[in-house]
Design a protein around this ligand. Structure first.
Ligand code: ATP
Ligand code: MG
Length: 397
């Protein structure tokens, strides 16, 4: 029955030239989200800046379209629209009755018909059309009632070359279209938190590149595949993700060999940040993103975050989960579909060499002194790790 979808998007802060950037990015992301949906679609914009998804094929997968549109940041809500080609009032009366029949199982509601004419040449005024269509609905379904001030259902009728009828509004995810706010480098592990952090950042219109550190043979191919799968799931929202996979084994072994064991985690984290910063610069990213949240674990005390952060010199580190409780993060990961993958039990490189009692209140000067023990080897190791960078592009299928 539905032949198009009217896309409702927020316009706050997108005035003037930015408006086109916003609309173009939104249309691009809508096409991206629809790429795997059965059916043929066109994404169009009318003179008033209204964006539609038009169904071009006879058949299409309605539920899959709904699901796809709910993965596009920047959409506040969208309305499935019925097209009527014979715009005579007799036919519109029949169509509106059919529409109400199919869309509302329970007819016990108050409604209002809200007609707009694009062509003022239509032989009736908007108010006359409202009255005529309202009467047709009331006659067909006596349990409905008209309420022009606070109707439960607002039925829009737009008369153009064809007529559009819609009333149902399906909520979108909000946010801003990916591609309107630059790019960041996400430190993506196999845990619950970092995929959610990536989602939160992409939601603000930011393109996500990602980096994953693994330590073969201590971490397995399955652990790596898990992170690729997580990146794919984030890419359903964020668009294709360029995932860098860095072999961290030799750096980890060197730290293990030369530095105090209770400082392993924090020193490791600082080298991860340094490598991520390097990759970020090479790829035009304007910041790093992590899944850290204050106080969640030993390496995320305020002192630990301070010392971790100090390893990054040239760009901000965003921690979108900073104020969230674990349960809130879990709820969000369930909603975006990463949770099931995140809880698969494969080892992470952070967990293989952990000390029994890691420092919870590291001091920057002490950590820096420990890192100096790596002076002879670290430059070479960093270079090797970066040279062996394996790039996987996910979400392009
Ligand atoms: P997550 O659930 O995201 O793994 P976590 O609660 O397990 O987080 P940590 O293991 O301390 O916390 O990691 C904190 C953050 O550091 C992660 O959210 C992620 O951004 C980054 N990180 C940790 N390990 C890796 C890794 N192997 N590769 C890339 N980034 C990592
Ligand atoms: Mg982790």
């Amino acid at each position: 029955m539905f032949r198009s979808f009217l896309i409702k998007y927020g316009e706050i802060g997108v005035k003037g030239k930015n408006r086109y950037v916003f609309e173009d990015a939104l249309m691009k992301q809508i096409k991206y989200a629809l790429r795997k949906v059965d059916g043929e679609f066109a994404v169009t914009k009318d003179k008033g800046g209204r964006i539609f998804v038009e169904v071009k094929s006879v058949e299409f997968d309605y539920d899959a379209v709904i699901n796809a549109l709910q993965h596009v940041f920047g959409i506040i809500a969208f309305c499935p629209v019925v097209h009527v080609e014979d715009i005579s009032i007799e036919n519109l009366r029949a169509e509106i009755v059919k529409y109400v029949d199919e869309v509302f199982e329970d007819k016990n509601f108050s409604f209002k018909i809200n007609t707009r004419r694009a062509h003022k040449s239509y032989p009736m005024t908007s108010m006359e059309v409202d009255a005529s269509l309202g009467e047709a609905v009331l006659m067909a379904y006596p349990e409905t009632r008209v309420d022009v001030h606070a109707p439960e259902v607002d039925i829009r009728v737009e008369i153009r070359d064809i007529v559009h009828i819609y009333s149902k509004e399906i909520p979108g995810t909000g946010g801003m279209p990916v591609g309107t706010n630059g790019k960041t480098m996400l430190l993506l592990s196999g845990g619950i938190d970092s995929p959610v952090a990536g989602y939160m950042t992409a939601k603000r219109g930011v393109i996500i590149d990602a980096v994953y550190f693994h330590a073969p043979p201590y971490t397995s191919d399955r652990a790596k595949q898990k992170v690729i799968d997580l990146a794919k799931q984030v890419a359903e929202y964020a668009g294709p993700v360029y995932l860098h996979i860095i072999n961290f084994t030799d750096i980890q072994l060197a730290i293990y060999e030369k530095c105090p064991h209770d400082e392993l985690t924090i020193i490791m984290r600082r080298y991860m940040m340094r490598i991520a910063e390097h990759l970020a610069k090479e790829n035009d990213c304007l910041g790093l993103v992590t899944g850290e949240s204050i106080g969640q674990v030993a390496s995320q005390t305020l002192q630990s975050l301070y010392v971790t952060d100090a390893a990054v010199r040239s760009m901000p580190v965003y921690r979108p989960l900073v104020g969230m409780d674990k349960q809130e993060i879990i709820d969000l990961s369930e909603k975006i579909g990463t949770y099931e993958t995140s809880i698969l039990p494969y080892e992470d490189c952070c967990t293989i060499f952990v000390a029994k009692h890691p420092v919870t209140k590291p001091k920057l000067s002490i950590i820096e002194r420990s890192e100096r023990k790596l002076d002879d080897v670290i430059d070479g190791l960093l270079e090797e790790a970066l040279a062996a960078d394996e790039l996987v592009i996910v979400g392009k299928d």
